[in-house]
Design a protein around this ligand. Sequence first.
Ligand code: CA
Length: 224
Amino acid sequence: MHILVVEDEKRLAALLRRVLTEERHVVDVAHDGVTGLGMTLGGSYDLVILDLMLPEMDGMTVCREMRAAKIDAPVLMLTARGAIEDRVAGLKTGADDYLVKPFAMEELLARVDALLRRRSRQLDASAQLQVGDLSLDLLRHEARRGDQLIELTAKEFALLEYLMRHPGQVLTRTQILDHVWGYDLDTLSNVVDIYIHYLRDKIDRGFARPLIKTVRGVGYRIEA
Ligand code: CA
């Protein structure tokens, strides 16, 4: 699923990105409220993890503005404050759940899972991405080309999901690295090319129409 983390503590934001990416989610990060709000308005997120105390615009305002703009992605609010009135106020602005810092990662993942399960039930049909005869079932973690089931590793799945969420759009290596690998960059500089090669082997090889296109000098795009 596609998750936005809005958190100004950069180490926590990086940790959340890493942990959620390991859970096979595609994660974007914003470090202030204004950027975070802009990203929710421009993107299609399945979940927003929103810190309460943020520079530029606080979490409650971001949440209220999102709801005013009819963005219905579930919001998990993070707060350093334990006061009951803050939690109540957060929920009143349209947050779905909250977590008081410091929290255990297991606790966060449990809340994220619960919210995403609820979300999935809401938009059952759209938990499926489709490009040509290639489909990706985000709930079952299954890829199919036509009737053929394709086995993918977690990283391959995340990469394919990212491409398929932007059909026809050229994605640069940097964008792909940033979204699929995050800050976990103790990786080879050509890791994107290597994984694109793996993916092509699995989803394009043996099919008449390749779906993954190389845009020379820029990056890749998927298109039917
Ligand atoms: Ca903060």
